[in-house]
Design a protein around this ligand. Structure first.
Ligand SMILES: Cc1cc2nc3c(=O)[nH]c(=O)nc-3n(C[C@H](O)[C@H](O)[C@H](O)COP(=O)(O)O)c2cc1C
Length: 352
């Protein structure tokens, strides 16, 4: 029996196999940051994955940091996502939406409208981010969120989750990785607040846990997952002692009875991230990062995770699940076409 191809349940979401498509920003949203028929085609082509996690989706205008990323805060966006979800479901797939609020990782020219740039503290992202033409530019200076604004932000997330369900998606995944807003709260390099939301690990995990609770309250905990990347320096995160933050975060999240934990395993020499997850979180685990068919099967066989996710391999292999099943060769993507906003390099990779 091929361990990749047994069914599994992540909370309320039933997967036909254990191969998950990892979230990938592809910059193809249409006017008003709404998903297009092209996006529906792209995701439908990949529906033989046990589950698709969408590209990062902004829960509000202020959550947008990159060029042509989709949102889930307007009626047009809900309609666009309904086409995507329907197309994936028609092919028997499952699809959850990654909620990604960029926080301070914002190039204003990428937005096409005026909106706040917010973060836990008024500290700019120290690394450059691609602008509309792909050239890296320094992100703008954020303003620190006022304490009184946090309940409104929680409600934005909750409404985004309700909108995702209204559009027919199977659940949501909170992006707590890669230096975006939730990670900015978790990390001492970006969170230097003096109130109950900054300082100690207990305080830095407070807002992330409140967001997870708000999402669970909005759509049910068994349709809410979350993604972490302990020890990832991306977008200016401090990588020292990740377990000091992530052990209490996982323990608090565990109490919510969530659908799953998605780990970007940085293969840290000083920390066995999957073991840390198992010791502190009782729900199903999806693991990710540089996996091959062989290493993925091994992780499942060893009981280290319930599912595995692949990112780059899905770009040029819409039928990745079948190729892994048959040990078929994988096509190589053209990375120069990742973010061009068009069909080429997106929906024109054929199945075998
Ligand atoms: C083009 C591209 C876009 C990505 N966008 C996101 C994203 O929106 N959200 C996220 O959590 N990770 C994102 N990632 C990271 C992937 O989900 C994944 O963690 C990474 O590619 C490692 O997995 P792999 O070795 O199977 O490719 C992106 C990766 C790529 C290559």
């Amino acid at each position: 029996m091929d361990g990749l191809f047994s069914p599994v349940k992540l909370g309320a979401i039933a997967l036909a196999n254990r191969i998950v498509m990892a979230p990938m920003t592809r910059d193809r949203a249409g006017p008003g940051d709404a998903p297009t028929p092209l996006m529906a085609e792209y995701y439908a082509q990949r529906a033989s994955a046990g589950m698709i996690v969408t590209e990062g989706v902004q829960p509000s205008p202020a959550g947008k940091g990159y060029w042509r990323t989709p949102g889930i805060h307007s009626q047009a966006q809900i309609e666009g996502w309904r086409q995507v979800a329907d197309a994936v479901h028609a092919r028997g797939g499952r699809i959850v939406m990654q909620l990604m609020h960029c926080g301070r990782v914002v190039v204003p020219a990428n937005r096409g409208f005026e909106a706040d740039i917010i973060a836990p503290s008024a500290l700019p992202c120290p690394v450059k981010v691609p602008g509309p033409d792909g050239t890296p530019v320094a992100p703008a200076m954020p303003r620190a969120l006022a304490l009184a604004e946090l309940p409104g932000l929680l409600e934005e997330y909750a409404q985004a989750a309700r909108n995702a369900i209204a559009a027919g998606l199977d659940g949501v995944e909170l992006h707590c990785a890669s230096g975006y807003l939730i990670n900015q709260f978790l990390n001492p390099a970006s969170n230097q607040r003096q109130d109950a939301y900054g300082g100690s690990a207990e305080n830095r995990i407070r807002f992330p846990v409140e967001v997870l609770a708000a999402l669970a309250g909005a759509i049910g905990a068994d349709r809410v997952g979350f993604r972490i990347s302990p020890g990832n320096p991306y977008n200016g995160m401090d990588v020292s002692a990740p377990e000091a933050t992530f052990v209490p975060f996982l323990r608090a999240a565990d109490k919510l009875g969530l659908a799953y934990l998605h780990i970007v395993d940085m293969a840290l020499p000083e920390l066995d991230t999957l073991a840390m997850a198992r010791a502190n979180f009782n729900g199903p685990v999806i693991t990710n990062n540089n996996l091959t068919a062989e290493s993925a099967r091994q992780l499942l066989d060893d009981g280290k995770a319930e599912a595995v996710s692949f990112g780059r391999a899905f770009i040029a292999n819409p039928d990745l699940a079948e190729r892994l099943r048959d040990n078929a060769p994988l096509a190589k993507p053209d990375f120069s076409l990742l973010y061009t906003g068009e069909e080429r390099g997106y929906t024109d990779y054929p199945p075998r």
